[in-house]
Design a protein around this ligand. Sequence first.
Ligand SMILES: Cc1cc2nc3c(=O)[nH]c(=O)nc-3n(C[C@H](O)[C@H](O)[C@H](O)COP(=O)(O)OP(=O)(O)OC[C@H]3O[C@@H](n4cnc5c(N)ncnc54)[C@H](O)[C@@H]3O)c2cc1C
Length: 436
Amino acid sequence: MTRTDLLEKTSAARGRTVLISGAGIAGSALAYWLHRYGFVVTVVEKAGAVRDGGYPIDVRGTALDVVRRMGLLPRLRDAHIDLRRLTFLDEDGAEVASVDPYAVTGGVAGRDLEVRRGTLAGALHEVVRDDVEFLFGDSIDTLDQHRHGVDVTLRVGGRRTFDLVLGADGLHSHTRELLFGPEERFHRYLGYCFAGFTVRNTFGLVREAAMWNAPGRAAVLYAVGAGGDAHGILNFARPQPPYEAYRDPQAQLDLVTAVFADAGWAVPGMLASLCDADDLFFDVVSQIRMPRWSRGRVALVGDAAYAPSFLTGQGSSLALVGAYMLAGSLAADKDHAAGLAAYERDTRAFVTLNQDGVGKGEAALFPTTARALEQRNTMLRSLDSAPPEEGRPAHAALVLPEFRRAAAAAASPPPPVAPATPISTTAHEPGPDTLN
Ligand SMILES: Cc1cc2nc3c(=O)[nH]c(=O)nc-3n(C[C@H](O)[C@H](O)[C@H](O)COP(=O)(O)OP(=O)(O)OC[C@H]3O[C@@H](n4cnc5c(N)ncnc54)[C@H](O)[C@@H]3O)c2cc1C
Protein backbone atom coordinates (compact mmCIF):
# COMPACT_ATOMS: atom_id res chain seq x y z
CA MET A 1 0.00 0.00 0.00
CA THR A 2 1.42 3.38 -0.96
CA ARG A 3 1.63 6.37 1.35
CA THR A 4 -1.23 7.95 -0.57
CA ASP A 5 -3.35 4.84 -0.11
CA LEU A 6 -2.67 4.90 3.61
CA LEU A 7 -3.65 8.53 3.83
CA GLU A 8 -6.83 7.83 1.94
CA LYS A 9 -7.79 4.81 4.02
CA THR A 10 -7.53 6.81 7.23
CA SER A 11 -10.43 8.94 6.09
CA ALA A 12 -13.71 9.47 7.90
CA ALA A 13 -15.10 6.89 5.50
CA ARG A 14 -13.34 3.87 6.94
CA GLY A 15 -15.67 0.92 7.32
CA ARG A 16 -18.87 2.75 6.37
CA THR A 17 -20.93 0.55 4.06
CA VAL A 18 -22.48 1.81 0.84
CA LEU A 19 -24.78 0.21 -1.70
CA ILE A 20 -24.67 1.73 -5.21
CA SER A 21 -27.49 0.92 -7.62
CA GLY A 22 -26.22 0.80 -11.22
CA ALA A 23 -22.83 -0.11 -12.72
CA GLY A 24 -22.94 2.49 -15.50
CA ILE A 25 -20.65 5.50 -15.83
CA ALA A 26 -21.64 7.18 -12.55
CA GLY A 27 -21.92 3.92 -10.58
CA SER A 28 -18.47 2.51 -11.33
CA ALA A 29 -16.74 5.89 -10.97
CA LEU A 30 -18.46 6.38 -7.62
CA ALA A 31 -17.48 2.89 -6.47
CA TYR A 32 -13.85 3.62 -7.37
CA TRP A 33 -13.67 6.87 -5.39
CA LEU A 34 -15.61 5.58 -2.38
CA HIS A 35 -13.35 2.55 -2.17
CA ARG A 36 -10.26 4.74 -2.31
CA TYR A 37 -11.57 6.72 0.64
CA GLY A 38 -12.11 3.56 2.67
CA PHE A 39 -15.83 2.86 2.26
CA VAL A 40 -16.94 -0.75 1.95
CA VAL A 41 -18.79 -0.76 -1.36
CA THR A 42 -21.36 -3.04 -2.98
CA VAL A 43 -22.73 -2.33 -6.46
CA VAL A 44 -25.97 -3.89 -7.64
CA GLU A 45 -26.59 -3.89 -11.41
CA LYS A 46 -29.81 -4.99 -13.07
CA ALA A 47 -28.04 -6.29 -16.19
CA GLY A 48 -26.04 -9.53 -16.18
CA ALA A 49 -22.75 -7.68 -16.90
CA VAL A 50 -21.50 -4.15 -17.49
CA ARG A 51 -23.65 -2.86 -20.34
CA ASP A 52 -21.65 -2.49 -23.49
CA GLY A 53 -23.71 -0.09 -25.60
CA GLY A 54 -21.36 0.99 -28.36
CA TYR A 55 -22.35 4.50 -29.40
CA PRO A 56 -19.77 7.28 -28.86
CA ILE A 57 -19.88 9.62 -25.87
CA ASP A 58 -17.87 12.71 -24.96
CA VAL A 59 -15.65 13.28 -21.94
CA ARG A 60 -14.85 16.98 -21.71
CA GLY A 61 -13.77 19.81 -19.45
CA THR A 62 -13.79 19.00 -15.73
CA ALA A 63 -14.59 15.33 -16.40
CA LEU A 64 -11.21 14.91 -18.10
CA ASP A 65 -9.63 15.77 -14.78
CA VAL A 66 -11.68 13.03 -13.08
CA VAL A 67 -10.51 10.29 -15.48
CA ARG A 68 -6.95 11.62 -15.27
CA ARG A 69 -7.04 11.33 -11.46
CA MET A 70 -8.27 7.76 -11.90
CA GLY A 71 -5.26 6.98 -14.12
CA LEU A 72 -7.49 6.32 -17.12
CA LEU A 73 -6.52 9.19 -19.37
CA PRO A 74 -3.81 7.39 -21.43
CA ARG A 75 -6.09 4.42 -22.05
CA LEU A 76 -8.99 6.61 -23.07
CA ARG A 77 -6.72 8.71 -25.29
CA ASP A 78 -5.82 5.48 -27.13
CA ALA A 79 -9.52 4.74 -27.56
CA HIS A 80 -10.31 8.28 -28.73
CA ILE A 81 -12.36 8.13 -31.91
CA ASP A 82 -11.07 11.33 -33.49
CA LEU A 83 -13.96 11.91 -35.84
CA ARG A 84 -12.71 13.89 -38.81
CA ARG A 85 -15.81 15.15 -40.56
CA LEU A 86 -19.53 15.67 -40.08
CA THR A 87 -21.55 15.97 -43.28
CA PHE A 88 -25.14 17.22 -43.34
CA LEU A 89 -27.50 16.00 -46.02
CA ASP A 90 -30.88 17.22 -47.15
CA GLU A 91 -34.01 15.16 -47.61
CA ASP A 92 -32.79 13.96 -51.03
CA GLY A 93 -29.41 12.94 -49.66
CA ALA A 94 -27.58 15.93 -51.25
CA GLU A 95 -24.80 17.57 -49.24
CA VAL A 96 -25.72 20.72 -47.33
CA ALA A 97 -22.42 21.30 -45.53
CA SER A 98 -19.40 19.35 -44.34
CA VAL A 99 -17.85 20.67 -41.14
CA ASP A 100 -15.31 19.91 -38.45
CA PRO A 101 -17.35 18.04 -35.78
CA TYR A 102 -15.92 20.21 -33.02
CA ALA A 103 -17.36 23.28 -34.70
CA VAL A 104 -20.86 22.09 -33.74
CA THR A 105 -20.26 20.10 -30.53
CA GLY A 106 -18.25 22.77 -28.70
CA GLY A 107 -15.48 20.27 -27.94
CA VAL A 108 -11.76 20.98 -28.28
CA ALA A 109 -9.62 18.97 -30.70
CA GLY A 110 -6.59 17.33 -29.10
CA ARG A 111 -7.97 17.71 -25.59
CA ASP A 112 -11.54 16.42 -25.31
CA LEU A 113 -12.27 12.72 -25.68
CA GLU A 114 -14.84 10.86 -27.68
CA VAL A 115 -14.94 7.14 -26.92
CA ARG A 116 -17.41 4.32 -27.29
CA ARG A 117 -19.68 4.24 -24.27
CA GLY A 118 -18.87 0.58 -23.71
CA THR A 119 -15.15 1.40 -23.66
CA LEU A 120 -15.63 3.98 -20.91
CA ALA A 121 -18.02 1.79 -18.90
CA GLY A 122 -15.61 -1.17 -19.20
CA ALA A 123 -12.55 0.87 -18.21
CA LEU A 124 -14.31 2.30 -15.14
CA HIS A 125 -15.45 -1.15 -14.07
CA GLU A 126 -12.02 -2.67 -14.61
CA VAL A 127 -10.23 -0.29 -12.22
CA VAL A 128 -12.55 -1.16 -9.36
CA ARG A 129 -13.92 -4.66 -10.00
CA ASP A 130 -11.38 -6.43 -7.76
CA ASP A 131 -11.92 -4.07 -4.85
CA VAL A 132 -15.67 -3.91 -4.43
CA GLU A 133 -18.55 -6.37 -4.52
CA PHE A 134 -20.53 -6.34 -7.78
CA LEU A 135 -23.93 -8.06 -7.79
CA PHE A 136 -25.00 -8.44 -11.42
CA GLY A 137 -28.48 -9.51 -12.41
CA ASP A 138 -30.02 -8.05 -9.28
CA SER A 139 -31.67 -4.81 -8.20
CA ILE A 140 -33.17 -3.03 -5.21
CA ASP A 141 -36.74 -3.96 -4.41
CA THR A 142 -37.39 -1.94 -1.24
CA LEU A 143 -35.57 0.67 0.87
CA ASP A 144 -36.33 1.33 4.50
CA GLN A 145 -34.36 4.10 6.18
CA HIS A 146 -33.91 4.43 9.93
CA ARG A 147 -31.56 6.26 12.30
CA HIS A 148 -28.72 3.80 11.92
CA GLY A 149 -28.85 2.75 8.29
CA VAL A 150 -30.93 1.65 5.34
CA ASP A 151 -32.53 -1.79 5.20
CA VAL A 152 -32.55 -2.96 1.60
CA THR A 153 -34.37 -5.86 0.01
CA LEU A 154 -32.65 -7.07 -3.14
CA ARG A 155 -34.77 -8.97 -5.63
CA VAL A 156 -32.32 -11.87 -5.66
CA GLY A 157 -29.90 -11.22 -2.80
CA GLY A 158 -32.38 -10.88 0.05
CA ARG A 159 -32.21 -8.38 2.93
CA ARG A 160 -29.11 -6.39 3.83
CA THR A 161 -28.38 -3.20 5.73
CA PHE A 162 -26.05 -0.39 4.59
CA ASP A 163 -25.01 2.95 6.05
CA LEU A 164 -25.82 4.68 2.77
CA VAL A 165 -27.56 3.87 -0.53
CA LEU A 166 -26.63 5.78 -3.69
CA GLY A 167 -28.73 5.63 -6.85
CA ALA A 168 -26.67 5.67 -10.08
CA ASP A 169 -29.33 3.84 -12.06
CA GLY A 170 -29.81 6.23 -14.94
CA LEU A 171 -32.56 8.37 -16.45
CA HIS A 172 -35.37 6.03 -15.35
CA SER A 173 -33.88 5.47 -11.88
CA HIS A 174 -35.75 3.07 -9.64
CA THR A 175 -33.94 4.43 -6.59
CA ARG A 176 -35.32 7.89 -7.39
CA GLU A 177 -38.81 6.48 -7.67
CA LEU A 178 -38.53 4.69 -4.32
CA LEU A 179 -37.22 7.84 -2.67
CA PHE A 180 -39.05 10.72 -4.33
CA GLY A 181 -41.96 9.22 -6.26
CA PRO A 182 -42.85 8.91 -9.96
CA GLU A 183 -40.41 10.00 -12.68
CA GLU A 184 -42.96 12.38 -14.23
CA ARG A 185 -42.41 14.84 -11.36
CA PHE A 186 -38.81 15.42 -12.39
CA HIS A 187 -38.84 14.50 -16.05
CA ARG A 188 -38.43 17.40 -18.48
CA TYR A 189 -39.23 15.98 -21.88
CA LEU A 190 -37.43 17.85 -24.67
CA GLY A 191 -39.71 16.68 -27.48
CA TYR A 192 -37.63 13.97 -29.17
CA CYS A 193 -37.12 10.20 -29.07
CA PHE A 194 -34.20 8.29 -30.49
CA ALA A 195 -33.06 4.78 -31.34
CA GLY A 196 -29.38 3.83 -31.43
CA PHE A 197 -28.16 0.52 -32.94
CA THR A 198 -25.35 -1.05 -34.91
CA VAL A 199 -25.40 -1.08 -38.72
CA ARG A 200 -22.95 -2.52 -41.25
CA ASN A 201 -20.76 0.25 -42.60
CA THR A 202 -21.39 -0.26 -46.28
CA PHE A 203 -21.45 3.47 -46.93
CA GLY A 204 -17.74 4.12 -47.41
CA LEU A 205 -17.61 6.30 -44.29
CA VAL A 206 -14.22 6.48 -42.53
CA ARG A 207 -14.01 8.14 -39.10
CA GLU A 208 -16.81 10.45 -40.05
CA ALA A 209 -20.51 10.95 -39.55
CA ALA A 210 -23.28 11.79 -41.97
CA MET A 211 -26.59 13.27 -40.87
CA TRP A 212 -29.73 13.26 -43.01
CA ASN A 213 -32.46 15.69 -41.98
CA ALA A 214 -36.07 16.29 -42.76
CA PRO A 215 -38.20 18.53 -40.51
CA GLY A 216 -38.59 16.67 -37.21
CA ARG A 217 -36.53 13.68 -38.33
CA ALA A 218 -32.82 12.91 -38.42
CA ALA A 219 -30.86 9.82 -39.42
CA VAL A 220 -27.20 9.64 -38.44
CA LEU A 221 -24.53 7.20 -39.56
CA TYR A 222 -21.44 7.37 -37.45
CA ALA A 223 -18.36 5.41 -38.55
CA VAL A 224 -15.72 4.98 -35.87
CA GLY A 225 -13.22 3.32 -38.24
CA ALA A 226 -13.13 2.19 -41.85
CA GLY A 227 -15.50 -0.63 -42.82
CA GLY A 228 -16.84 -2.91 -40.09
CA ASP A 229 -19.75 -1.57 -38.13
CA ALA A 230 -21.12 1.92 -37.82
CA HIS A 231 -23.53 3.43 -35.29
CA GLY A 232 -26.97 4.24 -36.57
CA ILE A 233 -29.15 6.78 -34.81
CA LEU A 234 -32.72 7.66 -35.74
CA ASN A 235 -33.97 10.73 -33.92
CA PHE A 236 -37.46 12.15 -34.26
CA ALA A 237 -39.72 14.81 -32.78
CA ARG A 238 -42.81 13.73 -30.89
CA PRO A 239 -44.94 16.11 -28.81
CA GLN A 240 -45.62 13.63 -25.99
CA PRO A 241 -43.26 10.98 -24.61
CA PRO A 242 -44.29 7.50 -25.83
CA TYR A 243 -44.88 6.02 -22.38
CA GLU A 244 -46.42 2.92 -23.97
CA ALA A 245 -43.07 2.09 -25.66
CA TYR A 246 -40.86 2.55 -22.58
CA ARG A 247 -40.59 -1.10 -21.68
CA ASP A 248 -41.78 -2.71 -24.89
CA PRO A 249 -39.05 -3.31 -27.52
CA GLN A 250 -41.58 -4.31 -30.18
CA ALA A 251 -43.53 -1.07 -29.63
CA GLN A 252 -40.25 0.84 -29.98
CA LEU A 253 -39.48 -0.89 -33.30
CA ASP A 254 -43.00 -0.25 -34.60
CA LEU A 255 -42.85 3.41 -33.65
CA VAL A 256 -39.46 4.10 -35.27
CA THR A 257 -40.33 2.13 -38.39
CA ALA A 258 -43.59 4.03 -38.83
CA VAL A 259 -41.97 7.44 -38.35
CA PHE A 260 -39.23 6.77 -40.95
CA ALA A 261 -41.26 4.62 -43.36
CA ASP A 262 -41.13 7.10 -46.27
CA ALA A 263 -37.60 8.45 -45.64
CA GLY A 264 -34.95 8.37 -48.38
CA TRP A 265 -31.13 8.27 -48.44
CA ALA A 266 -29.77 5.29 -46.42
CA VAL A 267 -32.76 5.13 -44.10
CA PRO A 268 -34.45 2.02 -45.58
CA GLY A 269 -31.21 0.05 -45.01
CA MET A 270 -30.96 1.46 -41.49
CA LEU A 271 -34.51 0.33 -40.74
CA ALA A 272 -33.61 -3.18 -41.93
CA SER A 273 -30.59 -3.17 -39.56
CA LEU A 274 -32.75 -1.83 -36.75
CA CYS A 275 -35.07 -4.81 -37.01
CA ASP A 276 -32.10 -7.23 -36.78
CA ALA A 277 -30.13 -5.32 -34.14
CA ASP A 278 -29.41 -7.01 -30.82
CA ASP A 279 -28.18 -3.77 -29.24
CA LEU A 280 -31.10 -1.40 -29.81
CA PHE A 281 -31.10 1.45 -27.31
CA PHE A 282 -34.33 3.42 -27.43
CA ASP A 283 -35.11 6.34 -25.18
CA VAL A 284 -36.71 9.74 -24.86
CA VAL A 285 -34.60 12.88 -25.06
CA SER A 286 -35.21 14.29 -21.61
CA GLN A 287 -33.64 15.94 -18.62
CA ILE A 288 -34.10 15.19 -14.96
CA ARG A 289 -34.41 18.32 -12.82
CA MET A 290 -34.79 17.81 -9.07
CA PRO A 291 -35.01 20.36 -6.26
CA ARG A 292 -32.79 18.09 -4.14
CA TRP A 293 -30.69 15.02 -4.77
CA SER A 294 -30.85 13.21 -1.45
CA ARG A 295 -33.15 12.30 1.38
CA GLY A 296 -31.78 10.94 4.62
CA ARG A 297 -29.20 8.28 3.86
CA VAL A 298 -30.05 7.88 0.18
CA ALA A 299 -28.71 10.10 -2.61
CA LEU A 300 -28.68 10.17 -6.41
CA VAL A 301 -25.88 10.75 -8.91
CA GLY A 302 -25.51 11.03 -12.70
CA ASP A 303 -28.56 10.72 -14.94
CA ALA A 304 -30.66 9.53 -12.00
CA ALA A 305 -30.34 12.98 -10.41
CA TYR A 306 -29.59 15.35 -13.29
CA ALA A 307 -29.66 13.81 -16.75
CA PRO A 308 -28.83 16.64 -19.15
CA SER A 309 -29.94 14.73 -22.35
CA PHE A 310 -27.73 13.83 -25.29
CA LEU A 311 -28.50 17.22 -26.82
CA THR A 312 -25.91 18.68 -24.45
CA GLY A 313 -23.39 15.85 -24.98
CA GLN A 314 -22.61 16.17 -21.28
CA GLY A 315 -24.33 13.12 -19.74
CA SER A 316 -21.19 11.09 -19.11
CA SER A 317 -19.15 14.11 -18.04
CA LEU A 318 -21.75 15.12 -15.44
CA ALA A 319 -21.88 11.51 -14.23
CA LEU A 320 -18.09 11.39 -13.77
CA VAL A 321 -17.86 14.76 -12.04
CA GLY A 322 -20.91 14.03 -9.88
CA ALA A 323 -19.42 10.71 -8.76
CA TYR A 324 -16.14 12.37 -7.80
CA MET A 325 -17.93 15.14 -5.89
CA LEU A 326 -20.32 12.80 -4.09
CA ALA A 327 -17.61 10.38 -2.95
CA GLY A 328 -15.28 13.15 -1.83
CA SER A 329 -17.99 15.08 0.00
CA LEU A 330 -19.05 11.95 1.91
CA ALA A 331 -15.45 11.10 2.77
CA ALA A 332 -14.73 14.61 3.98
CA ASP A 333 -17.39 14.54 6.67
CA LYS A 334 -18.30 11.88 9.21
CA ASP A 335 -21.83 13.23 9.20
CA HIS A 336 -23.47 11.90 6.03
CA ALA A 337 -26.06 14.71 6.06
CA ALA A 338 -23.30 17.32 5.96
CA GLY A 339 -21.49 15.38 3.23
CA LEU A 340 -24.60 15.13 1.08
CA ALA A 341 -25.36 18.82 1.58
CA ALA A 342 -21.79 19.70 0.50
CA TYR A 343 -22.10 17.47 -2.60
CA GLU A 344 -25.20 19.31 -3.68
CA ARG A 345 -23.97 22.78 -2.73
CA ASP A 346 -20.72 22.38 -4.67
CA THR A 347 -22.01 20.50 -7.72
CA ARG A 348 -25.40 22.01 -8.51
CA ALA A 349 -24.24 25.20 -10.25
CA PHE A 350 -22.04 23.15 -12.61
CA VAL A 351 -24.89 20.76 -13.37
CA THR A 352 -27.41 23.54 -14.01
CA LEU A 353 -25.03 25.43 -16.28
CA ASN A 354 -24.57 22.30 -18.40
CA GLN A 355 -28.25 21.37 -18.43
CA ASP A 356 -29.07 24.89 -19.56
CA GLY A 357 -26.81 24.31 -22.58
CA VAL A 358 -29.74 22.56 -24.24
CA GLY A 359 -30.95 24.57 -27.21
CA LYS A 360 -27.44 25.63 -28.13
CA GLY A 361 -25.24 23.65 -30.49
CA GLU A 362 -26.44 20.10 -30.87
CA ALA A 363 -30.09 20.86 -30.05
CA ALA A 364 -30.26 23.19 -33.03
CA LEU A 365 -29.17 20.25 -35.17
CA PHE A 366 -32.65 18.71 -35.07
CA PRO A 367 -35.07 21.40 -36.35
CA THR A 368 -38.71 20.46 -36.42
CA THR A 369 -40.00 22.83 -39.14
CA ALA A 370 -38.92 23.43 -42.73
CA ARG A 371 -38.11 27.06 -41.88
CA ALA A 372 -35.96 26.16 -38.88
CA LEU A 373 -34.19 23.53 -40.98
CA GLU A 374 -33.38 26.09 -43.67
CA GLN A 375 -32.06 28.50 -41.00
CA ARG A 376 -29.91 25.76 -39.56
CA ASN A 377 -28.55 24.91 -42.99
CA THR A 378 -27.67 28.56 -43.60
CA MET A 379 -25.88 28.63 -40.25
CA LEU A 380 -23.94 25.44 -41.13
CA ARG A 381 -22.83 26.78 -44.51
CA SER A 382 -21.41 29.87 -42.85
CA LEU A 383 -19.55 28.01 -40.08
CA ASP A 384 -15.87 28.75 -39.77
CA SER A 385 -14.08 25.60 -40.94
CA ALA A 386 -11.42 25.93 -38.23
CA PRO A 387 -12.26 24.03 -35.02
CA PRO A 388 -12.63 26.19 -31.89
CA GLU A 389 -9.57 26.54 -29.67
CA GLU A 390 -11.59 26.89 -26.49
CA GLY A 391 -14.41 24.64 -25.30
CA ARG A 392 -17.70 25.89 -23.91
CA PRO A 393 -17.11 27.53 -20.51
CA ALA A 394 -19.82 25.32 -18.93
CA HIS A 395 -17.82 22.16 -19.64
CA ALA A 396 -14.97 23.22 -17.34
CA ALA A 397 -16.92 25.43 -14.95
CA LEU A 398 -16.00 23.38 -11.88
CA VAL A 399 -12.45 23.00 -10.56
CA LEU A 400 -12.20 19.67 -8.74
CA PRO A 401 -11.53 19.99 -5.03
CA GLU A 402 -8.68 17.99 -3.52
CA PHE A 403 -10.63 15.77 -1.15
CA ARG A 404 -7.83 13.57 0.13
CA ARG A 405 -6.56 16.05 2.70
CA ALA A 406 -10.05 16.88 3.85
CA ALA A 407 -10.91 13.21 4.25
CA ALA A 408 -7.81 12.61 6.34
CA ALA A 409 -8.54 15.68 8.45
CA ALA A 410 -12.07 14.47 9.10
CA ALA A 411 -10.71 11.16 10.35
CA SER A 412 -8.08 12.59 12.69
CA PRO A 413 -8.83 12.77 16.41
CA PRO A 414 -9.42 16.35 17.54
CA PRO A 415 -6.17 18.14 18.43
CA PRO A 416 -5.60 18.77 22.14
CA VAL A 417 -5.53 22.50 21.65
CA ALA A 418 -8.06 24.25 19.45
CA PRO A 419 -8.40 25.68 16.92
CA ALA A 420 -8.01 23.02 14.26
CA THR A 421 -7.91 23.76 10.56
CA PRO A 422 -11.52 24.09 9.41
CA ILE A 423 -12.41 21.09 7.25
CA SER A 424 -14.61 23.03 4.88
CA THR A 425 -11.70 25.18 3.74
CA THR A 426 -9.48 22.20 3.05
CA ALA A 427 -12.29 20.26 1.46
CA HIS A 428 -12.96 22.80 -1.22
CA GLU A 429 -9.58 24.14 -2.08
CA PRO A 430 -8.66 23.39 -5.70
CA GLY A 431 -6.47 20.37 -6.28
CA PRO A 432 -2.84 20.88 -7.24
CA ASP A 433 -3.34 19.01 -10.49
CA THR A 434 -4.94 20.82 -13.33
CA LEU A 435 -5.22 19.71 -16.90
CA ASN A 436 -2.79 20.70 -19.57
C1 LIG B 1 -26.45 0.48 -22.91
C2 LIG B 1 -26.63 1.97 -22.81
C3 LIG B 1 -26.70 2.74 -24.00
C4 LIG B 1 -26.90 4.12 -23.91
N1 LIG B 1 -27.03 4.83 -25.08
C5 LIG B 1 -27.28 6.17 -25.01
C6 LIG B 1 -27.45 6.93 -26.22
O1 LIG B 1 -27.41 6.41 -27.32
N2 LIG B 1 -27.65 8.27 -26.10
C7 LIG B 1 -27.71 8.88 -24.87
O2 LIG B 1 -27.91 10.08 -24.79
N3 LIG B 1 -27.54 8.19 -23.72
C8 LIG B 1 -27.35 6.85 -23.75
N4 LIG B 1 -27.18 6.15 -22.59
C9 LIG B 1 -27.14 6.89 -21.32
C10 LIG B 1 -25.75 7.49 -21.07
O3 LIG B 1 -24.81 6.46 -20.98
C11 LIG B 1 -25.83 8.29 -19.76
O4 LIG B 1 -26.56 9.49 -20.08
C12 LIG B 1 -24.54 8.80 -19.18
O5 LIG B 1 -23.47 7.97 -19.45
C13 LIG B 1 -24.70 8.99 -17.66
O6 LIG B 1 -24.39 7.78 -17.01
P1 LIG B 1 -25.15 7.15 -15.76
O7 LIG B 1 -24.17 6.23 -15.16
O8 LIG B 1 -25.76 8.19 -14.91
O9 LIG B 1 -26.35 6.33 -16.40
P2 LIG B 1 -26.27 5.04 -17.33
O10 LIG B 1 -25.05 5.04 -18.16
O11 LIG B 1 -27.59 4.98 -18.03
O12 LIG B 1 -26.12 3.81 -16.31
C14 LIG B 1 -27.16 3.38 -15.47
C15 LIG B 1 -26.88 1.94 -15.08
O13 LIG B 1 -27.84 1.55 -14.11
C16 LIG B 1 -28.37 0.29 -14.48
N5 LIG B 1 -29.71 0.20 -13.93
C17 LIG B 1 -30.84 0.77 -14.38
N6 LIG B 1 -31.87 0.48 -13.57
C18 LIG B 1 -31.38 -0.29 -12.57
C19 LIG B 1 -31.95 -0.89 -11.42
N7 LIG B 1 -33.26 -0.76 -11.14
N8 LIG B 1 -31.15 -1.61 -10.60
C20 LIG B 1 -29.82 -1.77 -10.89
N9 LIG B 1 -29.23 -1.22 -11.97
C21 LIG B 1 -30.00 -0.48 -12.79
C22 LIG B 1 -28.31 0.26 -15.99
O14 LIG B 1 -28.34 -1.06 -16.50
C23 LIG B 1 -26.98 0.95 -16.24
O15 LIG B 1 -25.91 0.05 -16.19
C24 LIG B 1 -27.00 4.77 -22.63
C25 LIG B 1 -26.93 4.01 -21.47
C26 LIG B 1 -26.76 2.62 -21.53
C27 LIG B 1 -26.75 1.82 -20.24
